[in-house]
Design a protein around this ligand. Structure first.
Ligand code: ZN
Length: 142
């Protein structure tokens, strides 16, 4: 399988660690949105689209975040997270779509980060700029 297109939408405000949203096309036939370029401690990395893991309330059945100790809706105490005290933030979200082997993961990461570098190089005005206010509509894809 090949990645045939990578569209990068840089973010310049809000969550500083989130550098860009990316849309990836596979074999000119399948599109995955909400891939993210994130600045981590060891540099940029690619995060797969993910959703928040939720747990249902035992009384009203509505979904609460995995971290919630009381139901957001009816206030009943919720069971402790099954992850226990050694809870890791990364377990708060689950990938929706992701590569299942290291080879494709590396290929995809390179494609996405190359496209991100290219985008930033070609559009330096989208880099964070102290003192200037950038509005959401200014950074929409053209
Ligand atoms: Zn409830």
């Amino acid at each position: 399988m090949e990645i045939t297109e990578v569209k990068v939408f840089p973010r310049v405000q809000g969550n500083k660690k989130l550098r860009a949203y990316v849309t990836v096309t596979f074999d000119d036939a399948f599109v995955v949105r909400n891939v993210k370029v994130i600045e981590g401690n060891k540099g940029l990395f690619v995060a797969m689209p993910s959703r928040k893991v939720q747990k249902p309330c035992s009384r009203c059945r509505r979904s609460n975040t995995i971290m919630a100790r009381f139901c957001n809706y009816c206030g009943v105490a919720l069971e402790a997270s099954r992850y226990g005290d050694s809870y890791d933030r990364q377990q708060e979200t689950k990938d929706i779509a992701h590569p299942i082997n290291q080879e494709f993961r590396a290929y995809m990461e390179k494609k996405v980060l190359d496209a991100y570098d290219e985008e930033v190089k070609n559009n330096p005005h989208q880099e964070p700029d102290a003192g200037s206010v950038v509005h959401e509509e200014d950074i929409q894809p053209s």
